[in-house]
Design a protein around this ligand. Structure first.
Ligand SMILES: *Cc1c(COP(=O)(O)O)cnc(C)c1O
Length: 401
């Protein structure tokens, strides 16, 4: 029996069944490559679902993690933590924000944003003002607040009663959003580019119009940049490519270049709603993760990675676009920076499985959108290698149809 099969059997026996896992047992990673316990190498165009933006085991990230691990692992938020302070300073210096709440995941960051929005609005406008409008096909995490905010029925199935007060409108439809606003609305929460919902890009002017609605009705605008922040779209944050700033922004996934951390960034005028004792997280902003995120931020801010993201993103978009005329089952190709979606007219699940067998990691969202979110350090050669595997599979599908 292979080492992989042994681990798979043990995992299926004892690990919670929440994920339907592919038959890959991870051992190590370097750059855009993941190696399994039997030594097989995979070209990683999933990157831990947009987490390993700097590639696997980026030396700067590893070094910061190791150094901090030898110095101080954990310290309570009852005390001040220098690495946490420095990271907050850095995030504010490079965004619209004035203050940062640290946590450990994207869902937690969204919980913090929703709690702040509710408390601020109730204090300002009265206790009925607690509703949040979000988009259909959105994804905001797996906590009860997260699934309540998520505009996909399937994530709530069987978990009710969910948190009340969430309303969903089609993404990119400003008229629908306008209609959904009531005197009870306190916030609008959107992903600037939808990730899990199939890589959906807003039309020019949509987010600007959302901002104007928020200003007109005194609503908080929350951007969930858990997936598209940290360089993924070619700018440090996705909102920076739109003529608009949010009031609250959530980050997680790639913020520390791999290790877990979450953050909720807000403006001074709203920050007071979460005063001492109102919210917290034992591990949030711990020295180990904030020191690591500081190193990752330095790499993002240095510029080369973002330049490469824009260049390689354009190259990959062009190459995928060219496939449309070759294969009749491609419905659409879209993306921004290095989050790209290839929409199929057929189910994508089998293509993902075949790709894995041939050494390529991609995934499929909403059943028919192949998603490409490689490390932002990906090279042209690696993209070409990926395309060779992909078109090899596509050729076989073309023959069948
Ligand atoms: C992944 C994701 C989340 C949830 O993050 P977790 O760290 O898994 O809790 C929330 N919002 C968006 C947009 C995401 O892509």
């Amino acid at each position: 029996m292979s080492a992989s099969q042994n681990w798979i059997d043990r995992g299926l026996n004892r690990v919670a069944t929440t994920y339907g896992r592919y038959p890959l047992v991870a051992a190590s990673g370097e750059g855009c490559w993941l190696t399994d316990v039997d030594g097989k190498r995979y070209l990683d165009f999933l990157a831990g679902v947009a987490v390993n933006n700097l590639g696997h085991c980026h030396p700067r990230v590893v070094e910061a993690l190791q150094r901090q691990a030898e110095t101080l692992l954990h310290c309570s938020n009852f005390y001040h933590i220098p690495q946490q302070i420095e990271l907050a300073e850095k995030l504010c210096a490079h965004s619209f924000g004035d203050r940062v709440f640290f946590c450990n995941s994207g869902a937690e960051a969204n919980e913090a944003a929703i709690k702040l929005a509710r408390k601020y609005s109730v204090e300002q406008h009265g206790e009925r003002r607690t509703d949040v409008i979000t988009a259909l096909s959105s994804f905001h995490g797996r906590t009860l607040g997260g699934i309540s905010a998520t505009g996909q029925d399937k994530v709530r199935l069987g978990f009710g009663p969910v948190v009340p007060g969430f309303h969903y409108v089609p993404f990119n439809d400003i008229a629908a959003l306008k209609q959904a606003i009531t005197p009870q609305t306190c916030a609008i929460m959107l992903e600037p580019v939808q990730g899990e919902g199939g890589v959906n890009i807003p039309s020019p002017g949509y987010l600007r119009a959302v901002r104007e609605l928020c200003d007109a009705h005194d609503l908080l605008l929350i951007f969930d940049e858990v997936q598209v922040g940290c360089g993924r779209t070619g700018s440090l944050f996705a909102y920076q490519q739109e003529d608009v700033e949010p009031d609250l922004m959530t980050l997680a996934k790639a913020l520390a270049g791999g290790p877990p951390i979450g953050a909720m960034i807000c403006r001074e005028q709203h920050a007071g709603a979460l005063g001492p004792g109102t919210h917290g997280s034992t591990f949030g902003g711990n020295p180990l993760m904030t020191a690591t995120a500081l190193a990752a931020m330095d790499v993002y801010l240095q510029g080369d990675v973002l330049n490469n993201c824009r260049e390689m993103g354009q190259y990959l978009l062009n190459q995928l676009d060219a496939l449309k005329s070759r294969y009749n089952f491609i419905a659409d190709v879209r993306g921004r920076g290095l989050i790209l979606g290839l929409e199929l007219t057929i189910e994508g699940g089998e293509i993902v499985k075949t790709a894995l067998q041939r050494g390529l990691l991609i995934n499929c969202t909403v059943g028919k959108v192949l998603r490409f979110v490689p490390p932002l350090t990906v090279t042209k050669e690696e993209i070409d290698q990926m395309l060779e595997i992909l078109t090899g599979i596509f050729d076989e599908y073309q023959e069948q149809t």
